[in-house]
Design a protein around this ligand. Structure first.
Ligand code: ACO
Length: 375
C-alpha cells in the first residue's frame, strides 16, 4: 500500500494528452499549444475541437462543429418544463445540474457515442443557464440564433439582443481559458465517475457538484462580493488585513499547482483593462497588489498569487453576466474539458478505487458498549 499525502498533492493518478500545467513557470498548455496563444486568436469551438479530437480544426471541420452546435443548442420540452416548474428559488447551478441529469435520462433512450453526447451537452449548457435566468426574472426563454458562435449565443439568449463585439470576444476568450485544467477537483470527479462506466451526463452531474464549492468554481461570486465590500482602493489594505487576522481566505488567490501567477489571470486582467469601467479596474488591481503583498507577509514560505477566479469575476461582470451565474458560466466553459477527460478515461479505463486507512476502534462488543443489552 502507498500512503498518499493529504489532498493527493503531488500525486499522479493518470496520464493525459489533453493539458499540461507548469506550476513553477505559470504555463498552461492544451495539446501542445500555450493557452495564452489560443485565447482570443481561435474560437472556443476551435479549442473544443482541439481538446476532443487532438488537432485544431480546418475550415470545414470548424463549420461542421459550429453547425452541429447550432442544431443541438435547443432544449427538449422536458427540460424547459422542469425549469418553468422550478420554484425559481433554486440556485442557477443546482437547476443546471438537475437539467443535465434530465437530459442524461432522455439521452439514455438514444443510441449515441460518448463524443456525440459530449458535443450535444456542451451545446446545450448555455441554453439551460440562459433559460433559467430569464425564467427567474419572469421572462420567456430566448431560442438560440443561427450564425452566432457559442459565446455570442449565450449572451444573446441571456439578453434577447445582440451583444457588443468586444464582449463576445472577451467571453469567448474566457471560455477558452477555462475549457480545461487537468485534474482539478471537478475533472477528477468526472473521471472517477466515468471509470465506473456511467454515462457522460451522470459524470458531468458529479463534476458540477465538485465545481460548486468555494475552494473551486464557487469562488468568483465571493471575489465579486469582496470587491463590492471593499468599494474603494483606499479601503483595500484595511479590509484585507482584517480578513487575514480572522484567518479568512482571500478569494481569487492561491492555487494547489501554481507557485506563481495563474497564466489565465494575466490574459483576463488584460481583457478587463480593455472592457471594464476604469474605476472598477483600478479597484481590482489595487486589491490584487495589496492581497499579494499581505499574503507574502503572512505566508513567506508559500507563494500565494492571484488565480483565475479573481479577474474572471471582473470580466464576467463587464460582459453583463450577473454574479449568480458566474459558476454556471464556468461550468459551460469546462464541459469541454470534463467530457474530453471522460473520453480519455474510457480509452484506457480502470476503475478508480483507492483505500482508506481505518484508524477507529476494533473488537467492540454490543454487551460491553450498550448497558442493559442482552442478545
Ligand atoms: N487566502 C489566505 N490564505 C490562504 C489562501 C488564500 N486565498 N490560500 C491558501 N492559503 C493558506 C492557507 O490558509 C494555509 O495556511 P496554513 O498552512 O497556515 O493553514 C496555506 O495557505 C495552505 O493552504 P491549502 O488549502 O493547503 O493550500 P492549497 O494549495 O491546497 O489551496 C486553494 C488551494 C484551495 C485554492 C486555496 O488557495 C484557497 O482556498 N484559495 C481561495 C479560494 C479560491 O480562490 N478558489 C479558486 C481556486 S481556482 C479554481 O479552482 C478554478
Amino acid at each position: 500500500m502507498i500512503r498518499a499525502p493529504k489532498g493527493l498533492e503531488g500525486v499522479i493518478v493518470a496520464t493525459t494528452l489533453l493539458t499540461k500545467i507548469d506550476g513553477q513557470a505559470g504555463r498552461l498548455i492544451y495539446r501542445g499549444y500555450d493557452v495564452t496563444q489560443l485565447a482570443g486568436r481561435v474560437s472556443y469551438e476551435s479549442v473544443a475541437h482541439l481538446l476532443w479530437f487532438g488537432h485544431l480544426p480546418n475550415q470545414q471541420e470548424l463549420s461542421t462543429l459550429e453547425i452541429r452546435f447550432f442544431h443541438e443548442r435547443a432544449l427538449p420540452n422536458q427540460v424547459i418544463g422542469f425549469l418553468k416548474g422550478e420554484s425559481k428559488v433554486a440556485e442557477p447551478l443546482s437547476a443546471l445540474q438537475t437539467s443535465v441529469s434530465i437530459l442524461g435520462g432522455l439521452r439514455g433512450r438514444i443510441e449515441s457515442s460518448i463524443i456525440d453526447s459530449s458535443m450535444n451537452l456542451t451545446a446545450q449548457m448555455p441554453t439551460i443557464v440562459a433559460a433559467y435566468h430569464r425564467l427567474r426574472k419572469g421572462q420567456e426563454p430566448v431560442a438560440p440564433q443561427a450564425g452566432l458562435g457559442h459565446a455570442a449565443n449565450y449572451l444573446y439568449m441571456l439578453n434577447n439582443k445582440a451583444a457588443r463585439p468586444e464582449h463576445i470576444r472577451a467571453l469567448d476568450s474566457y471560455f477558452t481559458l477555462l475549457a480545461d485544467h487537468s485534474l482539478n477537483a471537478s475533472t477528477f470527479v468526472a473521471r472517477i465517475a466515468a471509470s465506473t462506466l456511467t454515462d457522460v451526463h451522470s459524470a458531468v452531474v458529479a463534476a458540477i457538484s465538485a465545481l460548486k464549492g468555494p475552494l473551486h468554481g464557487g469562488a468568483p461570486i465571493y471575489v465579486w462580493e469582496m470587491l463590492q465590500s471593499i468599494r474603494t482602493p483606499e479601503n483595500a489594505e484595511r479590509w484585507l488585513r482584517d480578513r487575514l487576522q480572522k484567518h479568512d481566505r482571500i478569494m481569487g488567490f492561491g492555487h494547489r499547482v501554481y507557485r506563481t501567477e495563474d497564466p489565465r489571470s494575466r490574459v483576463l486582467k488584460e481583457l478587463a483593462r480593455q472592457i471594464v469601467d476604469p474605476a472598477l479596474f483600478k479597484l481590482a488591481t489595487t486589491v490584487e497588489d495589496t492581497a499579494r503583498k499581505l499574503l507574502r507577509e503572512e505566508h513567506p514560505e508559500r507563494p500565494i498569487d492571484v488565480n483565475v477566479e479573481f479577474y474572471s469575476s471582473v470580466v464576467l461582470h463587464a460582459v453583463g453576466i450577473p454574479p449568480e451565474l458566474f459558476t454556471s458560466t464556468f461550468a459551460c466553459a469546462r464541459t469541454v474539458g470534463w467530457t474530453a477527460h471522460i473520453v480519455e478515461q474510457l480509452q484506457d479505463n480502470r476503475l478508480f478505487r483507492p483505500d482508506a486507512e481505518y484508524i477507529g476502534p476494533e473488537g467492540l462488543t454490543l454487551e460491553a458498549t450498550t448497558p442493559g443489552h442482552s442478545a
